[in-house]
Design a protein around this ligand. Structure first.
Ligand SMILES: NC(=O)c1ccc[n+]([C@@H]2O[C@H](COP(=O)([O-])OP(=O)(O)OC[C@H]3O[C@@H](n4cnc5c(N)ncnc54)[C@H](O)[C@@H]3O)[C@@H](O)[C@H]2O)c1
Ligand SMILES: [Zn+2]
Length: 294
C-alpha cells in the first residue's frame, strides 16, 4: 500500500488534481488489479472515487470517510466527481465503492462546526424519510453520545441508501434527498462558501418548510419544531433577509430545467417528502413575503 496525500478540502476537487493522482498511479505501474482507498472528508472521497472510476477505465475502490458529512452523505450513493471553474460537481461519474468503513474515532478531531454541518444532513434524512430519527434527535440534541451518534449515522445512511437503491440515477425519488438543497446551494454559492454546505442546507430546509407552510403542504407546527432543532445543533436558521435577488437569480440558473418551475422538495410532516414544481414567480414573491414576516 502506498499513500498519496491530497490537498485538504475542496482544493483536491479539480481535474488538475485528478490528473496528478492518475499520473501518480501510472508512474508506479498500478494496473487493473489495483484498488483505491479514499480516506478523508467528502472532497477527498469524491476525488478518490472519480480517480478510481476513470483510471484504466475503472478500478475498484473503497472509502474511509472521516467527516460526519462524508459518513452520512458523500460516501453513500455512488456519486463521484470534481468541480470546474464554472461550478461545483460538474464533472463526475456514478461509480460505487466496494466498501465503506466509517470509524467514528475520526470525529474526535473534527471541528464542532463541521460536526454541526454534518448533523444538518442527519436531520434532513429524518425529515424526509425517518420520523423516528427526527424525534430521537429532538429528544437527545443537547447531549448526543458516541453510541447515539453511531445509531443516528446508521439510520441516516439507511435513508440515503434506500432512496438511492430505488433510483440510482436521479430520475425520480432520489430528488427528495435534495430537500433544503434548492435554496441551500444558492445560499452556499452566494456566501462564496463562507457558509458550510450543511449550514446552507439548514437554512434551505427552514426556507422549504416555510414555503411549504405557505402553500398548505407542510404541517405548520413542523416549521418552528425543525427550526428549533437545527438551532440547538448549532446551525443557522434565520432565513430572514438572506433570500435576496442574487440568491434567487442563482437558483434560477441552477434549477433543473423543466418548464418554468423549480422542483422543490416539501416535507408535509416528519418522515414524508414530496416534490412539487413551483413557479419561479411564486418563489420570488410569495416566498419573499413569507420569509420576511416569519
Ligand atoms: N458524492 C456525494 O454524493 C456527495 C454528497 C455530499 C457532499 N459531497 C461533497 O463533499 C464535500 C464536502 O465534504 P466535507 O463536509 O466532508 O468537507 P471536506 O472534505 O472539505 O472536509 C472539511 C475539512 O475537514 C478536514 N478533515 C477531514 N476529516 C477530518 C477529521 N477527522 N478531523 C479533522 N479534520 C478533518 C478536511 O481536510 C477539510 O479541511 C464537497 O465537496 C461536496 O461536494 C459529495
Ligand atoms: Zn447535502
Amino acid at each position: 500500500v502506498r499513500q498519496l496525500n491530497l490537498a485538504a478540502g475542496e482544493a483536491a476537487k479539480n481535474l488538475t488534481e485528478i490528473e496528478r493522482s492518475c499520473q501518480w498511479m501510472a508512474e508506479r505501474g498500478y494496473d487493473r488489479g489495483a484498488a483505491v482507498v479514499g480516506v478523508g472528508g467528502g472532497a477527498a472521497t469524491d476525488h478518490a472515487g472519480f480517480t478510481a472510476a476513470i483510471y484504466l477505465r475503472g478500478i475498484s475502490f473503497a472509502l474511509v470517510p472521516t467527516t460526519l458529512l462524508a459518513m452520512v452523505d458523500a460516501s453513500v450513493g455512488g456519486k463521484t466527481g470534481v468541480d470546474l471553474p464554472a461550478g461545483k460537481n460538474l464533472v463526475g461519474a456514478f461509480y460505487q465503492p466496494r466498501a465503506v468503513v466509517a470509524d467514528l474515532g475520526f470525529l474526535d478531531s473534527l471541528p464542532p462546526r463541521e460536526l454541526s454541518a454534518g448533523m444538518a444532513e442527519v436531520v434532513k434524512a429524518g425529515l424526509i424519510a425517518d420520523a423516528a430519527l427526527f424525534e430521537r434527535i429532538e429528544r437527545e440534541a443537547d447531549g448526543i453520545g458516541p453510541q447515539a451518534l453511531a445509531e443516528m449515522i446508521t439510520a441516516a445512511v439507511k435513508v440515503k441508501a434506500e432512496v438511492v437503491t430505488e433510483d440510482e440515477r436521479e430520475s425520480g425519488r432520489r430528488a427528495i434527498l435534495n430537500f433544503g438543497h434548492t435554496l441551500g446551494h444558492a445560499l452556499e454559492a452566494e456566501s462564496a462558501y463562507a457558509l458550510l454546505h450543511g449550514e446552507a442546507v439548514s437554512l434551505g430546509m427552514v426556507a422549504a418548510l416555510t414555503l411549504g407552510r405557505a402553500r398548505g403542504v407542510t404541517d405548520p407546527a413542523l416549521v418552528p419544531r425543525a427550526s428549533a432543532l437545527l438551532a440547538r445543533l448549532g446551525l443557522p436558521v434565520d432565513v430572514n433577509g438572506r433570500i435576496n435577488s442574487q440568491v434567487l437569480a442563482r437558483m434560477e440558473v441552477d434549477k433543473k430545467r423543466r418548464s418554468d418551475g423549480v422542483r422543490f422538495v416539501f416535507v408535509p410532516r416528519a418522515g414524508e417528502a414530496l416534490v412539487q414544481e413551483v413557479p419561479l414567480d411564486e418563489i420570488k414573491w410569495q416566498a419573499l413575503a413569507t420569509f420576511s414576516e416569519s
